[in-house]
Ligand binder design. Structure first.
Ligand code: SAM
Length: 237
């Protein structure tokens, strides 16, 4: 899977993605290309932003510069059998989820992720790429960060978990929070007693049926307590 990040801070990548399983698989099961938006600036100062029409605080990334960077990013996929996913990280997007990660990672042609900075990107380039190339707007949650690079890493990390071969144990993604609409049950490891706290007896019983029932009950209880929204969907299924 080829992932291309379009950013004004290329040095931020691969960053956290160079570690652990994603890092081991980088260059083997997935590849990362970085497109520096500044390389597509049109003036000798390499300007990528300007003041907002209508006034207001901050700067806005220029439509022509971002468009040229995205066009270059898309050209990297020339010759691929289909189009990559094109994603703009923005707090105004639909909220990222496990389901969206599965869907995006299913595109064998990979993905392009545009990272905004400042007050964001000129709306015309967003609208154009949505209309012409099906660009998606994705938020990682209801808060505002300084830029789209950390959100891009979150999306890439979550998607890589669904790329075959990257997870050490192929069943691990099947047994985690959100997979069955529930949060995961509690996990324990050795020692069996720590600070006078014992691991639940059932986990030491060797009875796989009982362990499985206990885990489902725990998942249900944790979801009911911590995520009433998920619980409501789960009981309505
Ligand atoms: N003015 C924008 C607004 O209020 O919606 C926020 C701009 S933010 C300071 C700069 C960039 O950070 C955004 O263009 C986006 O790429 C990224 N960003 C910030 N928060 C994000 C979030 N929750 N999800 C995804 N991207 C985010």
């Amino acid at each position: 899977m080829l992932i291309t990040v379009v950013t004004i801070f290329p040095e931020m990548f691969p960053g956290a993605l160079a570690f652990s399983l994603p890092g081991k698989a980088l260059g083997k099961l997935w590849d990362l290309q970085i497109v520096n938006i500044r390389d597509f600036a049109k003036d000798r100062h390499n300007t990528v932003d300007d003041t907002p029409y209508g006034g207001g605080a901050g700067m806005v990334m220029k439509a022509d510069v971002v468009d040229a960077a995205l066009t270059h990013a898309l050209s990297i996929y020339d010759g691929a059998p289909g189009k990559p996913e094109i994603i703009f990280m923005t707090p105004r997007g639909t909220v990222f989820s496990d389901d969206v990660a599965r869907e995006i990672s299913g595109n064998k042609n990979g993905m392009i992720i545009l990272c905004g900075r400042y007050e964001g990107v000129d709306q015309r380039v967003v609208d154009y790429w949505k209309e012409q190339h099906g660009m998606r707007e994705i938020s990682i949650g209801d808060y505002v960060l300084f830029g789209g690079e950390l959100p891009a890493m979150v999306v890439i990390d979550a998607c890589l978990r669904f790329v075959p071969g990257i997870m050490g144990n192929a069943t691990s993604t099947e047994d985690e929070s959100f997979t069955a609409g529930l949060l995961e049950y509690p996990q324990y490891t050795k020692p069996a007693i720590w600070r006078e706290r014992a691991v639940p007896d059932v986990l030491l019983s060797g009875n796989h049926g009982e362990i499985s029932s206990w885990r489902v009950a725990q998942s249900q209880e944790i979801t009911r307590q911590n995520r009433p929204d998920l619980w409501e969907q789960y009981v309505e299924q």
